[in-house]
Design a protein around this ligand. Structure first.
Ligand code: CP3
Length: 342
């Protein structure tokens, strides 16, 4: 495996100029993405057409020279592979057939069966393993069980994850059965991505911030630990990045509690605080606000340098605190990288 900037950071090395990539780096802010998506017809066809999914993964690497590529796919392919209908409503987002009672949870397919639906994603990974420059590692990914479950239970995105909380509190046994199934499917899916050539994996827990107290421990921390341990048992040298977005104080000790190599920090977390309290446990990733990719200018330059300086003393992967938005200006992305690299 090539000795790249990303791998050095994930192994714990501090670097003057950290490796950089961006969540949602392939997406609608890029005209070339929109063109390829139009060719595919719709978003899910793009995810399941290996040549085109590989193409959009490569686009931001060609245009900007990021230090890592992230596989083009979506976290909601896993519920689909477990047997749920999935579709995307333009301008609104994902829709699924809700799994909101014990009977529906019991109807989900076994975890080992997900490969049938997800095999085109592994083909995308194989293409990328051949076509990416040697110094650009490929990051595979999946959603964390809680975040995926919030969409499965509500059948769509929700501002406060209310339906998932109601199911968790109302029928805890059925909720835990659902969580266990998604956890096992996630291990299968990520392991297959690694076998196909992904060099790093990332687990997105975008709604971790709505879990508090014991729920955070049981439904964010413990699944992250289980997934990390299972992947490392199968692939001992595999670096794992986890993103418990909105974890706040619960970011402290997250590396130790889960065994993850890198913890991604959102933009609502103070960088200096994270350096003092989270980076002490290992590599961190983050945490420039995605809004600067829209607004640019001197604030973008100042904030890029501030984030770099805050984390300079330890292992750091430069990134945004959440995904880049469709209204972002590609020139601002180039300015961020120029500023970061001096
Ligand atoms: O980062 C990358 O470039 C890789 C690809 C990637 C996508 N989604 C492509 C995508 C990744 C890593 C994701 C993760 C994802 N998907 C998350 C976790 C990260 C986060 O943002 O919190 C979540 C919650 C989803 C679910 C999802 N997918 C939603 C809610 C939506 C609709 C909102 C939106 O942005 O349109 C999607 C669609 C989606 N996933 C798009 C892309 C590029 C836009 C689809 C389009 O082209 O119309």
């Amino acid at each position: 495996m090539a000795d790249t900037k990303l791998m050095r950071a994930l192994r714990g090395e501090a670097q003057d100029v950290p490796p950089a990539w961006m969540m949602r780096q392939a997406g609608r802010y890029l005209p070339e993405y929109k063109a390829t998506r139009a060719k595919a017809g719709d978003f899910l066809s793009l995810c399941y057409t290996p040549d085109l999914a590989a193409e959009v993964t490569l686009q931001p690497i060609r245009r900007f020279g990021f230090d890592a590529a992230i596989l083009f796919a979506d976290i909601l392919l896993v519920p689909q592979a477990l047997g749920m209908d999935l579709w995307f409503v333009t301008g609104e987002g994902p829709r699924l057939e809700p799994v909101d009672d014990h009977r529906k949870a019991a109807l989900l397919k076994p975890a080992e069966d997900v490969h049938e639906t997800l095999s085109p994603v592994y083909e995308t990974v194989k293409i990328l393993a051949r076509e990416l420059p040697r110094d650009v590692p490929l990051i595979g990914f999946a959603g964390a069980p809680w975040t995926v479950a919030t969409y499965m239970i509500a059948g769509k995105g929700t501002p406060d994850q209310g339906p998932a909380h109601a199911f968790k509190d109302g029928d805890t046994a059925a909720f835990e059965m659902l969580m266990a199934r998604v956890t096992d499917a996630t291990i299968e899916y990520l392991s297959a991505q690694v076998e196909a050539g992904a060099q790093v994996v990332k687990v997105f827990d975008s709604w971790a911030g709505s879990l508090t107290g014991d729920d955070f421990t049981r439904y964010c921390l413990e699944p992250a630990k289980k997934i990390t341990a299972a992947l490392k048992a199968r692939h001992p040298d595999l670096p794992v990045i986890v993103f418990p977005r909105g974890a706040g104080e619960r970011y402290v000790g997250f590396h130790e509690a889960t065994g993850a190599d890198c913890v991604a920090i959102d933009q609502d977390t103070d960088s200096a605080w994270a350096a003092a309290n989270v980076q002490t446990g290992g590599c961190v990733q983050g945490n420039l606000s995605p809004k600067h990719m829209v607004t640019g200018g001197q604030a973008l330059i100042d904030e890029t340098l501030r984030v770099r300086e805050a984390f300079r003393g330890g292992p750091h992967v430069f990134n945004l605190g959440h995904g880049i938005t469709p209204d972002a200006d590609p020139d601002n992305v180039a300015l961020m990288l120029e500023t970061l690299r001096g």
